[in-house]
Write a protein that binds this ligand. Structure first.
Ligand SMILES: Nc1nc2c(ncn2[C@@H]2O[C@H](COP(=O)(O)OP(=O)(O)OP(=O)(O)O)[C@@H](O)[C@H]2O)c(=O)[nH]1
Length: 336
């Protein structure tokens, strides 16, 4: 019966438009540069004066995934297809704190952004993760949770590398702990090698580094992350496999994005959600695939209005084709 259902879904999909969409939240404290980053990712160049985000804005990045040799209009499931990456840039301003969970809906992945020159912006990522994990709904969730119980893949981007580089890693952040530490150091009361304790730090000390204002970021790293989300949502057979994060080749790619990935892995193991699969809006096996339809047109704004009760169309895809070499970003794309 299950097989028949899959065959029907596949037929339905091939009769529909050859495209799909994944939703990625971009979160972090106000002023860390989320809007600047999204602008850079979507348009390919930096913006001098990003407007302050009111509530949430959505940028859409177009990409292709699949085998370019096959026609997307054919019935073959490995054809190259259009995908839209929705980047939901959620305002970090306190004034929206109580209502921003409105935007945490059917999430496929999360980009956490912090400001390398302001330490507390990294510390607060833990709260962002917990907030999203407890109030959000998720598409193609992992079987075990990440930081704060977050059940979807994530990456961390440390932005404003240009400022951090000028100031040095121990530069002033403007936050009280850092200012105090600098003052104490200046008075000679604390050897430079010692740190004043910080309350909490986000798991994994490594992250992608960006200087959005100077249009520098690890394009290849980010595209790998997006492709992994596409693969999970549209091409993965068993989303409920335990420790998916560590065993899927595509996920392993993403794991490498974080230099301290072992810590994350451990954390995923420790925060397994298997005892209560519905606690984090996790769905039964092959969850979101059942009821979703792909966005009806290629019009870029379309994915934004997709309702929550959609389902994921499934594509057939063999392992060796999962990331075609021609769709793989080249090292030359990396500016940082
Ligand atoms: N020096 C430097 N400034 C940056 C960089 N990225 C962003 N900025 C500046 O930081 C300020 C805040 O950037 P935004 O992109 O609006 O920050 P945000 O995180 O979207 O802020 P909210 O909308 O309040 O959540 C702007 O003045 C940007 O020009 C960077 O890489 N380097």
């Amino acid at each position: 019966m299950f097989r028949r259902e899959r065959e029907r879904e596949f037929k339905e999909f091939n009769g529909g438009p050859p495209c799909g969409q994944v939703r990625v939240l971009v979160v972090g404290d106000s002023g860390v540069g989320k809007t600047s980053l999204v602008h850079l990712i979507v348009k390919g160049f930096s913006t001098a004066c990003p407007p302050q985000t009111i509530g949430c804005t959505v940028g859409v990045k177009h990409t292709k995934y699949g085998s370019p040799g096959s026609s997307s209009s054919s019935l073959k499931g490995d054809a190259e297809r259009d995908f839209f990456i929705e980047l939901w840039d959620v305002s970090g301003h306190e004034r929206y704190k109580d209502c921003r969970s409105l935007f945490y809906s059917q999430i496929n992945g999360v980009i956490f952004v912090h400001d390398l020159s302001q330490r507390r912006t990294k510390t607060s990522l833990q709260q962002w993760a917990s907030e999203i994990a407890t109030t959000g709904t998720f598409s193609a969730p992992l079987s075990s949770g990440g930081p704060g119980g977050l059940p979807v893949p994530y990456i961390v981007i440390g932005n404003k590398a240009d400022i951090a580089a000028k100031e040095g890693t121990r530069g002033s952040s403007g936050n009280l702990v850092d200012v105090a530490r600098q003052w104490v150091e200046k008075q000679g009361l604390l050897p430079p090698s010692e740190e004043l304790p910080l309350t909490e730090s986000f798991p994994g000390s490594g992250s992608l580094i960006a200087a959005a204002k100077e249009a520098r970021y690890d394009k290849e790293g980010l595209m790998k992350f997006f492709r992994m989300l596409i693969k999970r949502r549209y091409f993965s057979d068993d989303l409920s496999t335990p420790n998916t994060w560590s065993i899927s080749p595509a996920l392993r790619t993403s794991q490498c994005l974080d230099e301290n990935s072992d810590d994350d892995h451990q954390l995923y193991r420790r925060t397994s959600l298997s005892g209560d699969p519905y606690k984090y809006n996790m769905l039964p096996p092959l969850p979101a695939q059942r009821n979703l339809t792909p966005p009806p047109t290629l019009y870029p704004q379309q994915p934004v209005s997709v309702t929550e009760s959609y389902s994921i169309p499934r594509f057939s895809f063999t392992g060796s084709q999962e990331i075609n070499s021609s769709t793989r970003s080249k090292r030359a794309d990396i500016n940082v």
